[in-house]
Design a protein around this ligand. Sequence first.
Ligand code: UDP
Length: 330
Amino acid sequence: MAILICGGAGYVGSHMVAELLEQGHETVVVDNLEKGHKAAVGKEARFYQGDLRDSLLMDKVFTENKISSVVNYAAYSLVGESVSEPMKYYENNVVGALSLLKSMLKHDVRNIVFSSTAAVYGEPSAIPITEDSPTLPVNPYGETKLTVEKILKWYEQTYNLSYATLRYFNVAGAHCSGEIGEDHTPETHLIPIILQTAMGKFSSLPLYGNDYDTPDGTCIRDYIHVTDLADAHILALKKLESGSPSLTYNLGSGNGFSNKEIIDTACHVTGRKIPIEQKGRRSGDPAVLIASSEKIKQELGWNPVRTDLETIIDSAWQWHSKYPEGFKNA
Ligand code: UDP
């Protein structure tokens, strides 16, 4: 039986594909390559280029392969863009997921791991954030993910679907081979922008906000290595395939680092100067986001092993140094 990875050519999806292939799983990938990169997909995976909303393509995928479970990463994920173009987000993230679920049920596939986000919580009322914290998204991106979470809940009741919803905090780092990593256009995330500034691609790093209620005034985030994240997905998949009821878990490290701490660590790892241009706050940024991931550790025995910040940043640095133009030259 094969695992179907939707959005498997993207940053997080491609690392999942790498882990699955390494563990000997038959792996099928569907990606429309709008954001993803074909070169990021492990060669042993069976690849289909296309969109989840293309039901004929999805019929072909489910007919040509014996799929036991699906992992869905296919979505837009830029918070700012979701505010300016909510329709685009609903159409891709919600309609895409609905189409995928329809195809799954048509072909009698009932296990799905769904890529969700800390953005479903909005401004947290308490830190660390546990899975039963209120879900009050403050932007359409978080809202689309929460909408799909709710759809999964109702489909479970009526259609006997089993799901694992995984809410990611800040995903970072790159595969230990140095062959796959983060390549977004445009890039909006802190660590890749810091590293690209260290490489001289940008003259300075815009640092958004220094007047937050945190020890050094900059925002605090919880970083999780992309391979530890993939390992959590595999545990969730196995649990679902063993007949478990549906699951919802946070995925973070439980440690918060300020933006200034990230910059200092990146200076240390790269041995380069990273000029900063202090900017005002970026709209929609909560001051502190730190996960409690105790639930998945206790229930599934998840044991993230790449939690050290230097290790995370160094793995990303290896990728950026080797492929300064990302997948263009990979
Ligand atoms: N950030 C920054 N400069 C950048 C990109 C991000 O200062 O060029 C800050 C951002 O305002 C936030 C933190 O870095 O406080 C993490 O942002 P990122 O976009 O990486 O992840 P998010 O937490 O928004 O998912």
